[in-house]
Design a protein. Structure first.
Length: 472
């Protein structure tokens, strides 16, 4: 196991604060959240009186799977994200509306369709490699920003197909602005006010950026319809999506909402997980070299392809451990339709309850040395010995993330290509600060030093002894 104080880069608070609510809401959860099954986070005036927090795999299973129909999405999450994500999308749909949309889009995410995209993932990774090779040697690179560009390139090609008019840089710039006010939106939502209509710092810029993002999505849809194309990318599959039971097809509003959702969430969560994976490997050179050796053994010098990606066992373990320590989504929210019990705990009707993934994944009763980096936690033997729902980076149950298979194949392919091409090292003296908003991102990015590895240099990297592992 590799220990580093940056792996828990803040001190959990005993009492909530306004500042932490906006800056880093993960600080709000006290040390008890890393030890108990369930607790109530008491608010402070004028915030809501309390928030129910669940940090137990059995209770998570009960709420998200066994009794999923009794627990729709919570009102706080809806208020918080209904600006950055369209309300007509699969993400917000409930009941019969959700079921038919899920059935309609499911064929686009069949495993055989996703495996066919692996060459696209590899090509986007290699484009990023060439960009890095052209950069000035020795200068720090923000790998989090680079992974956003890489995963959005994947989305452009795998979801949209080619679109000459699409301005990726402008879209990403507007997305950064739209997501940048989420900390304030969270505070407004906790006050019981509608964030879409309540002015707050960044409100007008974020609202305008969100409008530009939706306009760009509408144009993409209009262009594809004008082409009369039958391409089998995800947009093409969405346009032809039909509920196999009712024959219903999506309205234009639903198509735009879901396309926009894939553009935003489809690249953001993968980018964040990849950025953290590279940073953690830079901290732990032994694991980085172990991954590099696996890629050489499985793929040699060939591009990662459908026949090799599923054999990258350690690559997947690295990604899983990165998403344990830094889950892209830090919590999953629900609320009961009626007064009820979950386990021995009372839950009033319509009162939000959150499965706090950040603390579940670091719970002292579930994980040995929970703040350490150890990809071997996800070896088949250790996975079998652990409760299935102790680890939920993609959620669980019927509403598990539909893009999970897409993301796992994409991330394993990209990580393997990058680690084969470069050695990643941390910058001495750099200290991590979290600033989670839509996802669990760091403040100021993740700067690393990249050293190209080709031929003799790659062999030398394999021969070079890894630095000693530090103690916590």
């Amino acid at each position: 196991m590799f220990h580093d104080p940056d792996f828990l880069p803040f001190t959990p608070r005993e009492k909530p604060s306004f500042r932490a609510t906006v800056r880093n809401f993960l600080e709000l959860y006290p040390p008890a959240a890393y030890r108990e099954r369930f607790f109530v986070l008491r608010g402070f005036r004028p915030l809501v009186a309390k928030t129910n927090i669940l940090i137990d795999p059995e209770l998570a299973e009960e709420m998200l799977i066994t009794r999923a129909d009794e627990f729709p999405r919570d009102v706080l999450t809806v208020r918080l994200l209904s600006g950055p994500i369209n309300r007509d999308s699969l993400f917000f749909a409930e009941g019969a509306e959700w079921k038919w949309q899920r059935r309609a889009v499911a064929p686009a995410f069949r495993h055989e369709n996703l495996l066919a995209l692996v060459p696209t993932y590899a090509e986007c990774a290699r484009a990023q490699i060439e960009e890095w090779r052209d950069a000035p040697a020795g200068e720090p690179v923000d790998v989090m920003r680079a992974m956003s560009n890489t995963t959005f390139s994947v989305i452009e090609r795998a979801v949209l197909g080619a679109s000459a008019s699409f301005d990726r840089e402008r879209f990403l710039a507007n997305l950064g602005v739209a997501l940048g006010s989420i900390g304030w939106r969270r505070l407004v939502a906790l006050l019981g006010l509608p964030p879409n209509w309540t002015p707050h710092p960044g409100y007008f810029r974020a609202t305008a950026a969100a409008r530009r993002l939706r306009d760009a999505t509408v144009r993409l849809l209009e262009e594809r319809r004008a082409e009369s194309s039958e391409r089998r990318d995800i947009l093409g599959l969405l346009l032809s999506a039909k509920d196999p039971e009712s024959g219903r097809v999506m309205t234009d509003s639903e198509l735009v909402a879901n396309l926009y959702g894939f553009l935003v969430a489809g690249h953001e969560t993968s980018a964040v997980a990849l950025g953290w994976s590279l940073w953690l490997l830079a901290k732990d050179q032994a694991s980085q070299q172990r991954l590099r050796d696996e890629v050489a053994r499985v793929a040699g010098e060939e591009k990662i392809g459908p026949e090799t990606v599923e054999r990258l066992v350690f690559a997947k373990q690295v990604l899983q451990e990165a998403m344990r320590l830094f889950p892209p989504a830090a919590a999953v929210g629900r609320q009961p339709r009626e007064d009820t019990m979950i386990g021995p705990y009372k839950l009033p009707k319509n009162e939000p309850v959150f499965v706090l993934l950040w603390c579940l994944h670091r719970h002292e009763g579930l994980w040995d040395e929970p703040h350490a980096f150890d990809p071997d936690r996800f070896s088949p033997e250790q996975v079998k010995a652990r409760h299935r729902y102790a680890y939920l980076p993609f959620g669980a149950g019927p509403r598990i993330c539909i893009g999970m298979g897409f993301a796992l194949l994409e991330m394993a392919t990209i990580l393997a290509e990058l680690v084969r091409a470069f050695r990643f090292d941390t910058i001495p003296g750099h200290r991590l600060e979290l600033a989670p908003s839509f996802t669990t991102r760091p403040k100021g990015g993740l700067p690393l030093i990249l050293t190209p590895l080709t031929g003799a240099r790659a062999k030398a990297a394999r021969a070079e002894p890894a630095p000693a592992r530090s103690a916590a």
